[in-house]
Design a protein around this ligand. Sequence first.
Ligand code: FAD
Length: 487
Amino acid sequence: MDVLGPVRKASRVLKAVSVYGDNGFLFELDLTSLQAPYPWVLSCPQSDVERVLIQRFKALGGELVRGVELLDFTQDGSGVTARIRKGTQLQTLQSEVMVGADGVGSTVRQQLGIGFHGVEYSEHFLLADVDWQSPWRNDSSHGFLQEEGLLIALPLPTGWRLIMATDSPPEAPLDVSIFEERLALILGQKPDLGEPRWISEFSVQRRLAQHYRRNRVYLAGDAAHVQSPLGAQGMNTGLADAFNLSWKLGYYLKGYGSGALLDSYEQERRPVAEKMIYGVDMLSRASLVKRPLLRRSRDSLLKLAGGRTRMSSRILRTASQLDVHYRHSPIVTSGPEAELGWRREGPLPGDRLPDAALKSVRTGHLHQLHDLLRKPVHHLILQLSEKPEHNERLVLYALSDRLGQDYRDRAHLTVVAAQQTPHSEVPREGTTRIWQDHEGEFAAAFGHGPRLWLMRPDGHLAYRAPVGNADHLLEYLDTILGKQLAG
Ligand SMILES: Cc1cc2nc3c(=O)[nH]c(=O)nc-3n(C[C@H](O)[C@H](O)[C@H](O)COP(=O)(O)OP(=O)(O)OC[C@H]3O[C@@H](n4cnc5c(N)ncnc54)[C@H](O)[C@@H]3O)c2cc1C
């Protein structure tokens, strides 16, 4: 979304998660071992994340209106009518669709009558942001699973955020002394935390909306799901909901796409939230457990897990949400001939498209595939074989013609030639962008051509097939992205 630069500037880079039990160090998760271009966590105050997103939204032409309250709304076959209050003024607002991203107490969800089932945890949580010279390394977060309760210390761009669990809300007005006393159990002496920059308390719930959509009205973010902040997943999941929904609504509002496209938002995103809530719940319960026997078993398991690279890499892929896929979505599919022989090679429909280095046939410059496919449209990759045959050249010609004529604003073509193909034998077609696999990275991630890969605007694979299925691919494009029929 072109926001990484300013978010990174406002953040501290965290390279590890360190976990300690009653008897000291248990394990460290090395975030830099994540196989990804950004193998770290950015510790960034949410107000800064929101500032950067708002700046980007406005730069793209978005309009943000503050101080407006949604009172209620109705919907019918032609649109949504919302009653809103701005200061003392009441207004009505007409729109084709509405997205309720109005947080955990969502007025939109309540008025739609959509259930929000789940539970509230019995523990109470206290939070303090302090300017303190802690004895711990400040490029790692630190979790202390103590008998007295969980304590987390998170380095912020300046100072530290401390979060601690208690059995009940404090009786006296909240101040840092309660944190100092808890820290004394870890450090052996009471630290002086000074005046906190922010001190607060919160309770934790785990809930999931029964549906994400009713006709023209959608839910996204905490309005649809809420869970313990221990997994640091809530905002990230909400942003991914919005990304999934926005390109579908974008097509719909321009008159493209089938009803299946809009239905797929709930079908794809609700299972992701369900799985995430379950995982974060397990993590939270394990962190908060009090019974000595369970605590000892947990600590032994954590020690064991810390030494296992495969386990750490699974935890990292889940926590970074890089393992999110939509393989069961009804709008992703393979061509009829795709399953024979190469099921295990390359990404499956619904997976995130892997990245690879490519060389421009025209300039010889190196680029990353992900950077080439940034424009938020569908991207069709035609992967050629080592010795491109006549039918591959015909498909290249036919696809560049059809996409250029019928899908110019929705689907772009990118051609990838194999590393071994001599430069002079790489086919060229009009203005189509042609790239060559660099050091076999593309073949390692996708297998060997000739194949068709269609990527959605959110980076997930919509369709894959051998080149011989080009007609089937065009039928698929027509169903998913074709003009809506009037009426
Ligand atoms: C202590 C803590 C730490 C966290 N840490 C992380 C983390 O590290 N990583 C992470 O990914 N997530 C984290 N989260 C979760 C994250 O804060 C939330 O998931 C995120 O803020 C949800 O965003 P949202 O836009 O869906 O809802 P909200 O942030 O709640 O925004 C909803 C907005 O809707 C407005 N609104 C509500 N009703 C109406 C109405 N009727 N009319 C008009 N406007 C209305 C509200 O004023 C608000 O501006 C943390 C949460 C907590 C409590």
